[in-house]
Design a protein around this ligand. Structure first.
Ligand SMILES: Nc1nc2c(c(=O)[nH]1)N[C@H]1C(S)=C(S)[C@@H](COP(=O)(O)OP(=O)(O)OC[C@H]3O[C@@H](n4cnc5c(=O)[nH]c(N)nc54)[C@H](O)[C@@H]3O)O[C@H]1N2
Ligand SMILES: Nc1nc2c(c(=O)[nH]1)N[C@H]1C(S)=C(S)[C@@H](COP(=O)(O)OP(=O)(O)OC[C@H]3O[C@@H](n4cnc5c(=O)[nH]c(N)nc54)[C@H](O)[C@@H]3O)O[C@H]1N2
Ligand code: SF4
Ligand SMILES: [Mo]
Length: 700
């Protein structure tokens, strides 16, 4: 029997079948299911290689550390008991000494449970990788439109006449979703790409705006200046549906294309052309991702883009809208279900006394109204000794967080670290207790893709050893911690379906998305879906916005440089990127021989002028140094990057270099721009440094 599952990698949310045959498991394309994100069943290299990894060196038994990195196997009973007792003990002194990490790599149901556990223990210290990713989108879009999610779907991208792709290497990072862009292009749509690198995505562009890293606000303001000056904004929309236009007009007046050319390096004529093309389009969308969000002014970057969308009226209609492309397979769901320190499930603020009361009644415990810590803040608090224990479900912060050496020191300082993963990782190595989870394909549940599309994925593969579903592990810990009441006040669950029904009851956006409906409807349902007979919502804001007055709040923001800019000592800007064949910290794709062979190692992209200036040679080793650390990679000399900018993928551990300065609003770290210097080094020296970093445990 072919079992329908959802790809466990990225936020596109492709479907595929897995079939058990006498020769082993077999992958098949879901080409007969209508309306799914991957029409005709097509998959990208990672999706195609999905079966490659689930049998390799998995975690199969709960482990307890004897010393760092040395473990003994223990029973599930003892593991659960020990975790619950230690969490309770530390919570007794002060629950804010605990920090919880949910996981965008697992289903909605365990994510709902882990935030419920944190909150029932008395703390809002719960966060996940969205903090390093789209936290500036969530905060920025909430400020302008009233809610933080993508306002449209892939179908709308396909229908657009102009598609602006901003700080987003769409072709490599959402490859199957990118087909909707190609379909629009075949129909004659214009593609505008904004990126400091000439990426595979830029290759498909009609207009390419190659800006200096960290100058996005200036560019957006320049485009708005042109649009307002030529009267190309949507006057009716601005008047009826927005506030703040006169202040915006004043702010962007200063950003003439000539001045913006000086700041961004983009020729003034191209800025004009892009602005006019976007504003004149009947239907237009802007997609964005990490190039825009991962910045100390990520919140303002997003507000500027949302404002550009609003003044041109490109929102609230099919074929238009704001498309922040969510990255992980279930990062949208983890956010929706309150794996964030400031909101309960359904984006209900912990600081709102009425919302808090409703959750206190539902879970039958008193709850904290104090906003909790974010991931990077928790690292800083752990270093100060104020956070004493972490429970990490499905994240690998030692490789993924900015300034990773700090993370390593923080995790070592903790009194108690629990990590729940499917593989041994750089983070499990530091754990006191390791809990072996089943992978998504070995268990079932609901997950939510970037389009707010909730889909059910079924169990297709038998889990190895004693690995258990994430929802089961968290509910056992919840019961062992004393939350044994029946119903919504405890953790007595027998299935993910039961948990989703609890979510249906308390999360307004998910009210009509029941397990029964999802199992019947394999193409899923887009939230908000307020009742069981509601079809789900594809396009947001056809009526009012979700701000208190129903209007879009236009943002007037000024250009500022990144937290760290080049100087004499560190003369280049370093940015970090992704490869199509690898996912994040390599825990999964690094175990696929096929992918590892094709995408073998990280390359440092350097412009020919800089290669000459710093004596770097194609294919030879470079030493890259920043104020936080050093790292080595082979050199790729290319005009894809601008002079003065170097780029490196972070999959293998480049976060030893990056800056953990934070955006004050979204608390996202500045992983797309920091100052660095480079120089050539020999083979032996490079290998020695890599070995050192590996022994230290900061690179994969
Ligand atoms: N193959 C693959 N796909 C993935 C992932 C993966 O690891 N591998 N991860 C998933 C996740 S979680 C996410 S969030 C997405 C991320 O998807 P993307 O954001 O597309 O990925 P990145 O390569 O990190 O960054 C995108 C682009 O930002 C550009 N950039 C750098 N600095 C700036 C700047 O200052 N301004 C602008 N405008 N652009 C800049 C970079 O040159 C890069 O091309 O991908 C998802 N899909
Ligand atoms: N320099 C730099 N740093 C970055 C970025 C960047 O662009 N530049 N991007 C940032 C972004 S956008 C993101 S999203 C973060 C990602 O950061 P992380 O989420 O820390 O990275 P992953 O490697 O995806 O870690 C997920 C972990 O979950 C495990 N896992 C997989 N499936 C399951 C499951 O079903 N259950 C459980 N319990 N575990 C599972 C995996 O083995 C892995 O260890 O990294 C950020 N870091
Ligand atoms: S595009 Fe994303 S969801 Fe689709 S197959 Fe590739 S990794 Fe999986
Ligand atoms: Mo992400």
């Amino acid at each position: 029997m072919r079992v329908p599952v959802v790809c466990p990698y990225c936020g596109v949310g492709c479907r595929l079948y897995i079939e058990k045959t006498p020769e082993g498991y077999r992958l098949d394309y879901a080409d007969d299911i209508l309306g799914i994100p991957n029409e005709k069943g097509s998959l990208c290299p990672k999706g195609n290689a999905v079966l490659d990894l689930f049998s390799k060196d998995r975690l199969k038994k709960p482990l307890k550390a004897k010393e760092e990195g040395k473990f003994v196997e223990i029973s599930w009973g003892n593991a659960i008991k020990e975790v619950a007792i230690r969490l309770r003990e530390i919570a007794k002194d002060d629950p804010n000494q605990l920090m919880f990490f949910g996981s965008a790599k697992t289903y909605n149901e365990p994510n709902y449970l882990i935030q419920k556990l944190a909150r029932m223990l008395g703390t809002n210290n719960i966060d996940h990788c969205a903090r390093l990713c789209h936290s500036s989108t969530v905060a920025g879009l909430k400020a302008v439109f009233g809610a933080g999610a993508m306002t449209n779907t892939y179908r709308d991208i396909e229908m657009a006449d102009v598609i602006v792709i901003w700080g987003h290497n769409y072709a490599e990072t959402h490859p199957v979703g990118f087909r909707y862009v190609l379909k629009a292009k075949e129909r004659g749509a214009k593609v505008i790409v904004v990126d400091p690198r000439y990426t595979r995505t830029a290759w498909f562009s009609d207009i390419f705006l190659q800006l200096h890293p960290g100058t996005d606000i200036a560019l957006a303001n320049g485009m708005m200046q042109v649009i307002i000056k030529h009267g190309l904004y949507d006057k009716d929309f601005v008047e009826k549906r927005t506030v703040g236009f006169s202040e915006l007009k004043k702010t962007v007046e200063k950003y003439s294309p000539e001045r913006v050319e000086e700041i961004t390096g983009v020729p003034a004529e191209l800025i004009e052309e892009a602005a006019v093309t976007f504003a004149r389009a009947e239907n237009a969308v802007i997609t964005w991702a990490m190039g825009l969000t991962q910045s100390v002014h990520g919140y303002d970057n997003v507000r500027a883009i949302a404002t550009l969308i609003a003044i041109t009226g490109h929102i609230g209609r099919p074929g238009n809208g704001a498309s922040p492309m969510r990255g992980q397979n279930n990062v949208q769901g983890a956010c929706d279900l309150g794996v964030l320190p400031n909101v309960f499930p359904g984006y209900q603020a912990v600081t709102d006394p009425d919302k808090r009361k409703a959750f206190e009644k539902f879970w039958r415990v008193p709850l904290s109204g104090e906003v909790g810590l974010t991931t990077v803040e928790a690292t800083h608090e752990a270093l100060r000794g104020r956070v004493r224990a972490y429970y990490i479900m499905g994240e690998n912060p030692v490789i993924s967080e900015a300034n990773s050496r700090n993370v390593l020191r923080a995790l070592r300082k903790l009194e108690f670290l629990v990590v729940q993963d499917i593989f041994p990782t750089e983070t499990t190595r530091l754990a006191d207790i390791v809990l072996p989870a089943t992978s998504m394909l070995e268990n079932e549940g609901s997950l939510t893709n970037t389009e707010r599309r909730v889909q059910w994925s079924f169990k297709a593969i038998e889990p190895p050893g004693e690995a258990r579903p994430d929802w089961w592990i968290v509910s056992e810990i919840g019961k062992a911690a004393g939350f044994t009441r029946s119903g919504t006040g405890g953790f007595n669950y027998n299935s993910p379906e039961e948990i989703l029904r609890e979510i249906n009851a308390i999360v307004p956006q998910y009210r009509g998305i029941t397990p029964e409906r999802l199992k019947r409807n394999l193409a899923g349902i887009h939230w908000p879906c307020p009742s069981e007979d509601h079809p789900g919502t594809r396009v947001l804001y056809a009526g009012g916005f979700l701000t208190p007055d129903g209007k879009a709040h236009l943002a007037s923001v000024d250009h500022r440089p990144p937290a760290e800019t080049p100087d004499e000592e560190y003369p280049l800007t370093l940015t970090t990127v992704r490869y199509v064949g690898h996912f994040h910290t390599l825990t999964m794709t690094g175990r696929s021989e096929l992918l590892r062979k094709r995408w073998r190692e990280p390359f440092l992209e350097v412009h020919p002028n800089d290669a000459e200036r710093f004596e770097l040679k194609e294919g030879r080793w470079a030493l890259i140094e920043t104020r936080r650390g050093r790292y080595v990679a082979r050199v790729k000399v290319t005009t894809a990057v601008k002079p003065g900018v170097v780029a490196i993928p972070w999959h293998w551990g480049a976060n030893v270099l990056t800056n953990d300065a934070l955006d004050p609003v979204s608390k996202i770290p500045d992983t797309k721009a920091c100052a660095c210097r480079v120089k050539p080094i020999g083979d032996a020296e490079a290998k020695r440094i890599l070995e050192e970093l590996r022994n230290e445990g900061v690179v994969a």
